[in-house]
Design a protein around this ligand. Structure first.
Ligand code: DAH
Length: 330
């Protein structure tokens, strides 16, 4: 083996390496297990050539080490030369936000929790018994028709209202009761500015001694104020529901047209919030509560409609379409 020729070639290669990767490749080539030098060292028989080869290896080792330091320093200097201002603000992460329905849900929950109500959430697949029978729906009521309601089979359906929560609460707990139930409901409705086949309702029930219609109106006004502020007007119309007597419907003045009339309020200046009334004695009897001792009120309102009223959204549809250009505004 020509020691001098090998050393000259190795030194040239080391000096020519401009990156740490190139240098490592050269190290493998000249000092690796399969390199000419290592093989030669393995086959050494006499002391003299052994010393010469070992000395060569040490010189090459030193040369590799020195070049490695140079290259590492160059990498560091290049990094430092890039002007880095560590005091600059970092990149902003886009921040998510809550859907308007969730915002409304929280306002409603806060308002009722503030009144001492407990919040519950019930199943969306319901039996006809709990969706209709125990709420005193007569057998001929239109909501029992498969044209109005999504039935899964003869007895099971997607609940059309959150009112079954009233029955659950009355069956599970002794009065006094103050509860609000919030969740999704389903109806076979055509889509209009204020109707959609899926929507959310909040349902309230208060049962105590001596509860009157005035308590119901006061409670509804309190919640309407939490939702819409003092500006909007609230009015109550008489109505009919199978499970309340008397029954009323609260309306809120339309903020989109300022009460003058538009497509959203069907040109009446008012938007219907839902239904309410004094719990019908028949409902109390259906769950074994004595209507002579206890009285109560109940109400059910749509969250989408509340969102439309609070944020003046003309059509319910964008609330269910998830178009970010729409929901990012809230
Ligand atoms: N469940 C009725 C509906 O969806 C709304 C309703 C009316 C709820 C009167 C009530 C009530 O609790 O007392 O149209």
């Amino acid at each position: 083996m020509d020691v001098q020729a090998l050393e000259a070639e190795a030194q040239r290669t080391i000096a020519a390496a401009t990156t740490l990767e190139e240098l490592e490749a050269a190290r493998v080539r000249f000092l690796g297990r399969k390199s000419e030098l290592t093989q030669a060292l393995r086959g050494v028989r006499d002391r003299e050539s052994g010393m010469a080869l070992n000395a060569l290896r040490e010189r090459l080792d030193a040369a590799f080490g020195a070049r490695q330091q140079e290259l590492e320093r160059a990498v560091l200097e290049a990094a430092l030369a890039e002007d880095v201002d560590v005091t600059l603000p970092g990149e902003r992460f886009p921040r998510g936000h809550l859907h308007p329905i969730t915002l409304i849900r929280r306002i409603v929950e806060d308002a009722f929790v503030g009144l001492g109500y407990l919040v519950r959430d019930d199943r969306e697949v319901e039996s006809a018994e709990y969706n209709f029978d125990k709420l005193a729906f007569p057998p001929w009521h239109a909501a029992r028709s498969p044209r109005d309601t999504f039935f899964l089979d003869r007895d099971r359906l997607l609940r059309t209202e959150t009112s079954p929560s009233q029955i659950f609460e009355l069956e599970e707990r002794e009065p006094p009761i103050y509860m609000v139930s919030i969740g999704r409901v389903y109806r076979r409705d055509a889509i209009t500015p204020t109707r959609y086949p899926i929507f959310h309702q909040f349902e309230g029930l208060a049962v105590d001694r001596g509860i009157t219609l005035a308590d119901l109106k006061g409670t509804l006004r309190h919640v309407m104020r939490a939702l819409y502020g003092d500006e909007r007007q609230v009015r109550f119309r008489t109505h009919y529901f199978p499970f309340t007597e008397p029954s009323i419907e609260p309306d809120v003045s339309c903020g989109i047209c300022g009460g003058r009339g538009c497509a959203t309020c069907k040109f009446t200046g008012w938007i219907e919030m839902g239904g309410a009334g004094m719990v019908d004695p028949q409902v109390f009897e259906n769950v074994g509560v004595d209507p002579e001792e206890w009285s109560g009120f109940a109400f059910g309102c749509g969250l989408e409609r509340s969102a439309q009223l609070r944020y003046d959204i003309e059509h319910i549809r964008p609330l269910w379409e998830g178009d970010l250009r729409v929901v990012r505004q809230f």
